[in-house]
Design a protein around this ligand. Structure first.
Ligand code: AMP
Ligand code: ZN
Length: 469
């Protein structure tokens, strides 16, 4: 079965066919976080969406290289570092660490590569040089280097591939130094920003003097350096279409040679925004939440992930606390059934291919998650019926668990563990005490005793943990 996705570049749902002639390798780039604060749940909606895409490509047995950059130098960061009493590195690493912890808590798979912009200054300068040499970038009187939209279009290149632009209303020759600007102020944008006193110690040497890169060039340099001048899939939130992604296309297609029909990126996917209780998140409205804000209110990251995965990525998503309570009860139903199946199951199961095919049919349809969850909950309802009339066997329960495992390799919802009976827990503690006292004979005896009752002890960084064999 073939995957179909909405390609922003073509503005329609198309079949996802990777560039690799063998149809196996997929290069995927997701714009990562700007690490100047804790990421909010809107940001995480986009990252959970990109994780769903990554996991589904893995599920479909593509060989995926997933690159997510860390933006650790741009306008907002510099402004905030100036107000803090730390260095750029110390400041950004703190929020990078928090971001990666939150991603992990939300069940997002680690990307294959996580390049930091500050570690790619060499490739960034190389790329700007290429653009200057090809005549589509120039150094202005303020010392900064700008991308010339007029020159780029003059070479027959297309600016405005992801969004429709009205060039009739454009004032040619204008320049914009800020990383963020609106379509209405379409203008030459900064690739290299000459050092100004407000930059403090944040600068690098370049052929155009001391300065720092613009935000847009960072992503073009990191993506082409790691995935090549043409790759399969580029993702981000809808706000990045313009100017960020449009500028990425211009920078890459302005710097490298492309044959007929060849592009910087073949497929672009954009996730819609998250609103909170119907409104844009704003600190002054009191509706601005980080993941940590929600977990401190007692919500679990798995509930937040589930809620985000319940809506189609191209639909605006309205986050509400009622929605989170609904997520808790839906997951409760799922957990309940899986725990009961776990009590009955024995041996290695085999996933039910009919259920997996139905699930896949839905996700192949441009990630129709609502349809995929319907398949899951219909299947849970049938399992519950079997559990109620006691027709579940050890084998059918094991098969059901294998089915869930396959489905959950895509949804990535953290499973809840079966509660450990008190007598098993005290045996495990006794084993731990024996090990501490170096009484290895006793500790081995207990391990065997636990195994005989179907439990194993797993050593984790947080200490030993008992779980079902
Ligand atoms: P940033 O850290 O600001 O560069 O943003 C990281 C990602 O979050 C980008 O892909 C943005 O498009 C996305 N994003 C920002 N705000 C929201 C929102 N309210 N809902 C969904 N995604 C968002
Ligand atoms: Zn980017």
């Amino acid at each position: 079965m073939g995957l179909k996705i909405f390609n922003t570049l073509e503005r329609e749902v198309v079949e996802f066919v990777p560039l690799d002639p063998a149809g196996k390798k997929v290069g995927m780039y997701c714009c990562g976080p700007t690490v100047y604060d804790f990421a909010h749940i809107g940001n995480f909606r986009t990252f959970v969406f990109t994780d769903l895409v990554r996991r589904y490509l893995d599920f479909k047995e593509f060989d995926v290289t997933h690159v997510m950059n860390i933006t650790d130098v741009e306008d907002k960061i510099i402004r905030t570092v100036r107000e803090s009493d730390t260095s750029l590195k110390e400041f950004t690493r703190r929020f990078e660490k928090a971001f990666l912890e939150d991603m992990d808590a939300l069940g997002c798979k680690a990307p294959t590569k996580k390049p930091r912009a500050t570690e790619y200054i060499g490739p960034i300068i190389k790329l700007i040089k290429k653009l200057v040499d090809r005549g589509v970038a120039y150094q202005a009187s303020d010392g900064s280097v700008y991308f010339s939209i007029e020159k780029y279009r003059g070479c027959g290149c297309h600016y405005g591939q992801l969004v429709n632009l009205n060039f009739g209303e454009m004032r040619t020759g204008e320049r914009v130094a800020d990383d963020e600007y609106e379509k209405e102020s379409l203008a030459d944008f900064a690739l290299w920003k000459a050092r100004v006193p407000e930059d403090g110690e944040v600068f690098w040497k370049s052929p155009w003097g001391e300065g720092r890169p613009g935000w847009h060039i960072e992503c073009s340099a990191m993506s082409t350096e790691l995935l090549g001048k043409s790759f399969d899939l580029h993702l981000g939130g809808e706000d990045l279409k313009f100017p960020h992604h449009e500028d990425e296309i211009a920078q890459s297609e302005g710097a490298f040679e492309y044959g007929d029909g060849e592009h910087f990126v073949k497929f672009w996917m954009h996730g819609s925004h998250l609103l909170v209780e119907g409104k844009k998140m704003q600190k002054r409205l009191g509706n601005f939440f980080t993941l940590r804000d929600l977990t401190s209110k007692g919500y679990q990251p798995r509930e937040i992930r589930y809620l985000m995965l319940s809506a189609h990525y191209r639909e605006q998503f309205n986050f509400t606390f009622d929605g989170l309570d609904g997520a808790r009860s839906a997951l409760g139903r799922l957990d309940d059934c899986l725990l009961k199946l776990g009590e009955t199951a024995a041996g290695e199961g085999t996933a039910d291919s009919d259920v997996i095919s139905a699930f896949e049919r839905e996700l192949d349809d441009d990630f129709n998650v609502a349809g995929a969850w319907r398949v899951v909950f219909d299947w849970i309802r049938d399992r519950n019926k079997e559990l109620a009339d006691e027709s579940v066997t050890a084998e059918s329960a094991a098969n059901a668990l294998a089915t869930w495992e396959k489905i959950n390799s895509v949804f990535g919802i953290e499973n809840v563990e079966a509660p450990v009976p008190p007598e098993i827990q005290s045996l495990a503690e006794e084993r731990q005490a024996a090990r501490k006292a170096k009484d290895f004979q006793r500790s081995d005896e207990i391990r065997d005793q636990l195994a005989a009752q179907g439990w194993v002890i797993e050593d984790t960084p947080k200490g030993p943990r008992v779980k079902k064999a």
